[in-house]
Design a protein around this ligand. Structure first.
Ligand code: GAR
Length: 210
């Protein structure tokens, strides 16, 4: 065990970054204590999440598929950026891009994601952001929630770490449901899972990625 060591965390974002904010707040309050957020990477130069990172004094990077010449170039640059920053754990927090098996195979059990439904419902390709809540409401489920899981080559298909149920209320819109799922589930689960996985990485002595 590496005493006093912390897992070095990179958070990948695309938009508003409320889940990133929950992680930053958890770091401040001590809920997240075995890991330290050292880098925020956005695939969207206009993401408000970048401002949140800057306000917290965390280094940022912007990588777009367009600038990298497509998915393979983007993933190669992302891998290089993460290795350069000596990252131990990658957290997808509202990151709206699917990573290929070539990338996820290089970070086994080192990437986690928060998804705004109870997997295996309303997940996989095409289910992201508000679309997930639209699908839950149009199906008519009475309970939804959020899931934090490890990321592998199957979109939203990796091992589940934590889940929490949230009730749907009469008159819910995708927006009201999204807000309740974030408040009651995502912002609680993601920091908790980040701490669990960081602690495991530190206890194992920070394994190597390829
Ligand atoms: C969150 O609800 C997150 O779970 C979801 O997008 C939102 C991002 O909000 N992610 C996905 O749907 C990924 N499949 P945020 O930028 O405020 O954290």
């Amino acid at each position: 065990m590496l005493k006093d060591a912390k897992a070095r965390i990179a958070v990948l974002v695309s938009g508003g970054g409320t889940n990133l904010q929950a992680l930053l707040d958890a770091q401040k309050s001590g809920i997240l204590r075995s890991g330290e957020i050292v880098l925020v990477v956005s695939n969207n130069p206009d993401a408000y999440a970048l401002t949140r990172a800057q306000n917290a004094g965390v280094a940022t990077a912007v990588l777009t598929k367009r600038d990298c010449g497509g998915q393979a170039g983007f993933e190669a640059k992302l891998h290089e950026t993460l290795k350069t920053a000596d990252i131990d754990l990658v957290i997808l927090a509202g990151f709206m891009s699917i990573l290929s098996a070539e990338f996820t195979d290089r970070w086994p059990k080192k990437i986690i994601n928060v998804h705004p439904s109870l997997i295996p419902s309303f997940c996989g390709q095409g289910f992201y952001g508000l679309r997930v809540h639209e699908a839950a409401l149009s199906y008519g489920v009475k309970v939804t929630g959020a899931t934090v899981h490890f990321v592998n080559e199957i979109p939203d298909g990796g091992q589940i770490i934590l889940q929490k149920a949230v009730e749907i209320q009469p008159g819910d819109t995708p927006e009201t449901l999204q807000k309740r799922v974030m408040e009651q589930a995502e912002w609680i689960l993601l920091p908790r899972a980040a701490e669990m996985v960081s602690a495991e990485i530190v206890n194992k002595g920070k394994g190597e990625t390829v």
